[in-house]
Write a protein that binds this ligand. Structure first.
Ligand SMILES: *Cc1c(COP(=O)(O)O)cnc(C)c1O
Length: 449
């Protein structure tokens, strides 16, 4: 037997006895796991292989493109072409959560509204758009058409559209990544194909087609859509494949959120330090989005920020990969879990090995929640705060309950009960801003069933 074969042969009985938590995962129970092997930023950073300079470069690139974005997408004009979301308090939702779980929450509850990011209405407006811009800049500079000191709004000129038309971009997606990459690529003039998994919503496919994107549909899940996209791109040297599972560029696009959030906290006079810890709850699919944001947060706030990933009970791929140490060598399907969830963007059976290996020491914990709970929270948030999100974006909502009521974890971190009163819990709301009214009505109707 070759080494490769040995690797791919999993002994599930042995795994479940070595890792009893897997039995609960298989039973689709809501679980949490706070990783006892986390380290300080200093110890964990070398494994990421990226640092401040990389984030800074990404930030500067986004600034170079800001004049272009402000003109190409008028909704970004108010922020001068910087794609950023609001940070808000959700005190009414906090009371609803306390009722929902019959448990108190001592800290402050806030929300980061990536759901309402311009251009594509989800967290993917960070990484996806950034990677397309990076690629476009590289091509244009290499062709001698652009230099970094130019006013990038010249990219709106027909000459550039004709130039980019010779190149194509491909991506596999459950929906939102396709939206951000499709819309951005088409706007620049690229020929773009989005390979959509079966769970992708019809309205997202329609919207992309309206933008002139070639949408390829699959009857299988995300993994298959990605593989097909990759294969197609390999046959065409002018086609650039955006690899959601392995891309450092995407990851860095997300990471810029850290310094931006730090500024927002300063403006709103929210203190983050050892006595005022920050807990951030990030919905996780393949891992690039939450992983990149978590990296940026760690670089901005150091050991005072604690990042926790949230996944559907039917798609707990990152928890599975990190908990077993097998990363992308195991999928939820290997355990007989079906990877069927209404949470767009989170229906991923196999996590990014790159993100898991890079970030596992810097991520405090993981939990799962059912689709039913996401729907219920969706309706509760709508009623309490008048904010509408898509189901996946609610995954971070129960995080504060998991943290504040886990004495083992808090003791291990040395966070006293009294410190919790000065903690901030931040729910990263990852999508929903562009959901059509009719779809939203259906989401809301579902939660009252
Ligand atoms: C993509 C997505 C996520 C998770 O991002 P990954 O990079 O896949 O982990 C979370 N929420 C929404 C709404 C998304 O579209």
């Amino acid at each position: 037997m070759t080494e490769l074969n040995q690797k791919s042969e999993l002994n599930i009985d042995k795994l479940t006895s070595d890792f009893p938590l897997l039995k609960q995962l298989i039973a689709l129970e809501e679980v949490n796991w706070f990783n006892p092997n986390i380290t300080t930023l200093e110890q964990g950073l070398p494994y990421v292989g990226m640092g401040d300079k990389d984030i800074h470069d990404a930030s500067l690139r986004l600034k170079r493109f800001a004049p272009y974005l402000a003109k190409a997408f008028p909704e970004t004009q108010v922020a001068n072409g910087i794609i950023e979301s609001e940070l808000i308090d959700i005190p009414l939702m906090k009371s609803v959560l306390e009722d929902h779980y019959q448990l108190p929450i001592k800290g402050r509850l806030m929300m980061k509204k990536d759901s309402h990011l311009p251009i594509s209405g989800s967290i993917k407006a960070r990484g996806g758009i950034y990677e397309v811009l990076t690629h476009a800049e590289k091509l244009a500079i290499e062709a001698g058409l652009l230099s970094e000191s130019d006013d990038y709004s010249k990219l709106l000129e027909p000459e550039f559209r004709d130039f980019f038309k010779q190149y194509s971009i491909a991506v596999g997606s459950t929906g939102n990544l396709g939206m951000s990459i499709g819309i951005m690529s088409a706007k620049l003039g690229f020929t773009v194909s989005v390979h959509m998994s079966a769970d992708a919503r019809a309205w997202k496919k329609n919207k992309l087609r309206e933008h002139g994107v070639n949408v390829v549909e699959y009857e299988q899940d995300y993994g298959v859509a990605v593989e097909q996209g990759r294969k197609e791109a390999e046959q065409d040297p002018r086609c650039f494949f955006i690899d959601d599972e392995n891309s450092q560029t995407l990851f860095l696009g997300y990471s810029v959120a850290g310094e931006r959030l730090k500024q927002q906290f300063e403006q709103q006079q929210v203190v983050v330090d050892k006595e005022h810890p920050l807990f951030v709850y990030l919905p996780c699919g393949v891992g690039g989005g939450p992983g990149g944001v978590a990296f940026g947060l760690k670089m901005a706030f150091g050991d005072d920020v604690h990042c926790i990933f949230a996944e559907p009970t039917h798609s707990p791929c990152m928890l599975l990969g990190v908990h077993t140490g097998l990363h992308d060598e195991i999928s939820v399907q290997d355990l007989g879990i079906d990877n069927l969830t209404a949470a767009d963007g989170l229906a991923v059976g196999r996590a990014s090995g790159f993100v898991g290996r890079a970030m596992e020491r810097l991520l405090d914990g993981y939990y799962t929640l059912t689709d039913e709970r996401m729907y219920q929270l969706l309706s509760e948030l709508d009623q309490a705060e008048g904010i509408q999100l898509e189901p996946s974006a609610l995954a971070g909502m129960p995080g504060a309950i998991h943290v504040e009521h886990n004495s083992e974890y808090l003791e291990r971190l040395g966070i006293a009960e009294s410190t919790l009163a000065s903690a901030t819990h931040l729910v990263w709301a990852t999508g929903g801003g562009m959901v059509p009214e009719q779809e939203m009505a259906e989401y809301l109707a579902k939660s009252s069933l």
